[in-house]
Design a protein around this ligand. Structure first.
Ligand code: HEM
Ligand code: HEM
Length: 173
């Protein structure tokens, strides 16, 4: 019998994955497109979706802490298990840090963040231009780290699916 994450955990995993891919694509393109109406729309979509992703990861973490993770079908190599767990928690950590840094930096340079054009989400922060630049640099570096980590994560998921065939991939599908 296959052992799975709960349906809620799987739905949150895939929703979060789609959001992150959109955010990275929007972030990388909007910062390279030059000025224009479309660029502004990309910026606004990026900021609003980034806040949605932050809420989704909070819910995901809450569900994860309350429900835990299902046991593995077959015992994994202990080193692989430690690395997988470290990578998963690092992904969660970066997914908290990146939007917080982006939101704080945006609040220092160009507030308020307009949530999908519905209304402002103000954050009163005092800070210098230097702090704003450091927060954006943190935002960018952490996002690159996350993108690399997720590539490794997808590679490992496919390795379990096609090489190891040990049921790990199916835990999330
Ligand atoms: C998990 C959520 C997020 C991810 C993965 C993410 C990712 C990225 C990436 C990849 C870039 C492009 C960096 C570059 O190449 O220069 C970027 C830029 C940016 N992000 Fe985010 N972001 C997230 C959330 C947010 C949030 C919540 C805000 C603000 C409310 C935000 C505001 C910005 C801004 C203003 C830039 C442009 C910075 C610049 O012009 O140098 N991001 N983001
Ligand atoms: C942006 C994309 C993604 C992110 C941020 C992400 C994040 C995560 C995290 C944090 C976990 C740990 C769940 C927990 O125990 O709390 C996980 C598990 C898992 N993910 Fe992803 N994931 C992404 C994309 C993918 C993709 C595309 C695949 C498949 C090709 C995949 C397959 C899996 C599998 C099979 C597990 C279960 C691993 C296990 O229980 O040992 N993920 N993912």
């Amino acid at each position: 019998m296959r052992i799975h994450y709960s349906r809620l955990q799987k739905s949150l995993h895939w929703l979060h994955a789609v959001l992150l891919v959109c955010l990275i694509l929007l972030g990388v393109s909007m910062t390279r497109m030059g000025e224009g109406a479309l660029t502004n729309q990309f910026y606004e979509a990026h900021k609003s979706l980034g806040i949605v992703a932050f809420v989704v990861v909070l819910v995901r973490l809450g569900v994860r802490i309350v429900s835990g993770a299902p046991p593995y079908e077959r015992a994994l190599d202990p080193r692989m298990l430690v690395m997988a767990k470290a990578a998963h928690w690092l992904i969660y950590g970066l997914c908290l840090l990146i939007p917080l840094a982006g939101y704080a930096a945006t609040s220092l340079c160009c507030k308020p963040v307009m949530f999908f054009g519905l209304g402002p989400l103000p954050l009163e922060l005092d800070g210098t231009q230097a702090l704003m630049k450091r927060l954006f640099a943190l935002h960018e570096t952490a996002a690159i780290g996350l993108a690399l980590l997720v590539c490794g994560h997808i590679g490992m998921a496919l390795y379990h699916r096609f090489i190891m065939r040990d049921g790990v991939f199916e835990r999330m599908t």
